[in-house]
Unconditional design. Structure first.
Length: 265
């Protein structure tokens, strides 16, 4: 491997702790680092989806042990997101890289602004009113969640579609939506987001791999690094409040989006 790849693995290790902490797969750093090494966007996005899958599964195991995961809820949202990611990964080959890079930059910017300015940290304990039709009631970590399925399912499908298309885990799309629209508690949202990112990443990776092969030696070393970092980050979330780091991460997303936009321009 090259010196640049070793530096990339070190950066992946550091930032995977942050992404594991927030239940985000890591496309915000994995793809840009590869782009700066000279990798094409589509090849970088393929490896990123593989790393997102690893990051999210390992952090997800930590959240399971902390009893922050409801299996039925995660399976429903993740399955829907997975279907979307398959179509997203397939359709990526039909679109120009410049467009995908622009969408990627725009999405990072929007999410970064949200994370920076949002004052909500703990989220509401309950979602929609009891008398609303199509609400699915779940109990997670002692809190009652009421999931409005006509809103939750299309959101998960579209997050997977977009994630598979641009090399992002669907969790980065769903995390703010679960807090704002579905009104999940923050730690439950992060735990669900982690598994959504895992399944979206896997679906997008499998559909992209035949078209954009990756360097497996580099990929396996990078996977080991992000597995370790994501578990450290997830443990941090379970035991701490993350308001300040959430805003710092938002600023980081905005900065990466601006750099990518300028680079693409």
């Amino acid at each position: 491997m090259t010196g640049g790849q070793f530096i990339a693995i070190f950066l992946f290790l550091l930032f995977s702790a942050l992404f594991g902490m927030f239940g985000i797969g890591g496309g915000a750093i994995y793809t840009p680092v590869q782009l700066f090494l000279g990798t094409s966007f589509n090849e970088a996005a393929t490896l990123t989806l593989f790393l997102i899958t690893v990051t999210s599964f390992f952090s997800g195991f930590v959240y399971i042990r902390a009893q922050l995961v409801d299996a039925g809820l995660v399976a429903t949202l993740a399955g829907t997101s997975f279907v979307g990611s398959i179509f997203g990964g397939w359709s990526a080959s039909l679109l120009p890289e410049s467009l995908l890079l622009g969408l990627f930059s725009f999405f990072l910017f929007v999410n970064g602004v949200h994370l920076t300015v949002s004052r909500s940290v703990e989220g509401g304990e309950e979602g929609f009113a009891d008398n609303r039709r199509f609400c699915w009631q779940r109990t997670v970590a002692g809190k009652t969640l009421r999931v409005y399925l006509p809103l939750a399912l299309p959101t998960a499908l579209l997050s997977g579609l977009f994630g598979g298309m641009v090399g992002l885990g669907g969790g980065i799309v769903m995390l703010p939506l679960m807090i704002i629209l579905l009104r999940f508690p923050i730690k439950v949202s992060i735990a669900c987001s982690s598994f959504l990112a895992a399944f979206t990443g896997l679906g997008g990776f499998l559909s992209r791999l035949p078209h954009y092969p990756i360097d497996w030696k580099f990929a396996l070393f990078a996977a080991a690094a992000v597995a370790l970092g994501s578990m450290v980050g997830a443990r941090w979330t379970v035991h701490s409040s993350s308001k300040s780091l959430k805003r710092l991460l938002g600023l980081f997303f905005v900065a990466i989006a601006v750099v990518l936009f300028l680079r693409g321009g």
